[in-house]
Design a protein around this ligand. Structure first.
Ligand code: MN
Length: 254
C-alpha cells in the first residue's frame, strides 16, 4: 500500500513523526510531502500568486513552500511515484472539531486528497492547554492511531468523502474507546482578539483560540472528545443544504 503523508504544522512537525510511525505499521511504501513551515488555519487555500518550490529532505521526503493543499497537489503530481492508495494528514497539534474543519489545513489536505479520488484521513491530537506539562502530547494518537486506522483502510467510502479523526488529550490508558459521531458546532465561531503594540508602536491584533465555547450536543465529535473517546467523523464535500433547495427555488419562480 502506497501512502502519502502530510502535516499542516510543517515537514519538521513532531506530529508528522507520530503519523509516520503509525503509517509504518501498515506499509513501508511511505511518501512525505508537507509544507516547509506551519500552515495551520490556512484551510483549503491554493497558492496562485507565487511559484512553489519543492525541496527534497531525504528519500521519499519532500517539503513545499506553500499550503497544505499545495503539498498534497505536489505530492500527487510530482512527488509520489504512481498514485497513492491512501493520504494521511496529521497528526495535527491541536483539535479539528466542529466548525474547525473549514479553517483546518489538516482537514483541507485530506479534502484535497478526497477530491483527487484517493482515500483520505485527517488525524488531530487535541491539546489541553493547562494539562500536565510532562505528559507526551501525542500519547493518545501514538497508542490509538493504528487501531483507529485499521478499519478505515478497507471500509468503502463514497467519492468526495473523507474521515476526520481526533484523539482526546489523555494518557493512552485513559482513552475510553472510539466513537463514530457527527460534526458538532461551536456556539461562536472564533475565540478572542488580542490587542497589542509592536516594538515600533503600531497596534496589532492576534486571534486567540482559547475562548471558543460550544454546547456538547449528543452524538458529536465535541462530546466524544470531552468524554474521553477518539472521535471518527465522516465528512462530505457537498456543502449544499439540500432541504433549502425547494424553498429557495420558489423565490425565483415566476
Ligand atoms: Mn496545524
Amino acid at each position: 500500500m502506497k501512502i502519502l503523508l502530510t502535516n499542516d504544522d510543517g515537514v519538521h512537525a513532531p506530529g508528522l513523526e507520530v503519523l509516520e510511525a503509525i503509517a509504518r505499521e501498515f506499509s513501508d511504501d511511505i511518501w512525505i510531502c508537507a509544507p516547509d513551515e506551519e500552515q495551520s488555519g490556512m484551510g483549503h487555500a491554493l497558492t496562485l500568486t507565487r511559484p512553489i518550490r519543492l525541496r527534497r529532505h531525504g528519500e521519499r521526503r519532500f517539503s513545499v513552500t506553500g499550503t497544505p493543499t499545495d503539498a498534497v497537489t505536489m505530492g500527487l503530481r510530482k512527488v509520489v511515484d504512481g498514485t497513492p492508495d491512501l493520504i494521511l494528514s496529521g497528526v495535527n497539534r491541536g483539535a479539528n472539531l466542529g466548525d474547525d474543519v473549514t479553517y483546518s489545513g489538516t482537514v483541507s489536505a485530506a479534502i484535497e486528497g478526497a477530491l483527487a479520488g484517493v482515500r483520505s484521513i485527517a488525524l488531530s491530537q487535541v491539546i489541553e492547554r493547562d494539562g500536565e506539562p510532562d505528559r507526551d502530547t501525542f500519547a493518545a494518537a501514538r497508542a490509538w492511531g493504528a487501531r483507529v486506522l485499521a478499519p478505515l483502510l478497507d471500509t468503502p467510502l463514497p467519492s468526495r468523502t473523507l474521515v476526520n479523526v481526533n484523539f482526546p488529550p489523555l494518557a493512552a490508558e485513559a482513552v475510553r474507546g472510539v466513537q463514530v459521531v457527527r460534526q458538532g458546532f461551536h456556539d461562536y465561531a472564533r475565540g478572542t482578539v488580542v490587542e497589542g503594540r509592536d516594538p515600533r508602536g503600531f497596534k496589532y491584533y492576534w486571534f486567540g483560540l482559547e475562548a471558543i465555547e460550544h454546547t456538547l450536543d449528543h452524538g458529536t465529535d465535541l462530546e466524544a472528545i470531552s468524554e474521553g473517546f477518539v472521535s471518527v467523523t465522516p465528512l462530505q464535500l457537498d456543502l449544499t443544504h439540500h432541504a433549502s433547495l425547494g424553498a429557495l427555488a420558489e423565490r425565483f419562480a415566476d
